[in-house]
Design a protein around this ligand. Structure first.
Ligand SMILES: [Zn+2]
Length: 87
């Protein structure tokens, strides 16, 4: 991790995200972000949809009213084909 300066948290709990940080993680005004905590630190990342099965956030596509990654989709197809063969 690299430091980007010090900011004060407002009474409302808001704080400005330094421009350099926004540029580094490619976020702009109105983009959704996710917060994480780890051992006393806060992490912020650009929000990406997650797979409803394994929680991966790469190669995720809409599936019905949720999102699913390609790996889980492939596993479901393999399991469905095995079930068809067993019948
Ligand atoms: Zn998945």
């Amino acid at each position: 991790m690299k430091p980007f300066g010090v900011r004060k948290i407002e009474l409302s709990g808001r704080f400005p995200i330094p421009k350099e940080v926004r540029e580094e993680i490619s976020i702009k005004s109105d983009d959704p972000v996710e917060f994480f905590t780890d051992d006393g630190c806060i992490g912020i990342m650009k929000y990406k949809e997650r797979c409803c099965i394994c929680e991966a956030n790469n190669d995720v596509k809409p599936f019905k009213n949720n999102f699913i990654c390609q790996n889980c989709k492939d596993e479901i197809i393999i399991m469905a084909n095995r079930k068809k063969e067993a019948c």
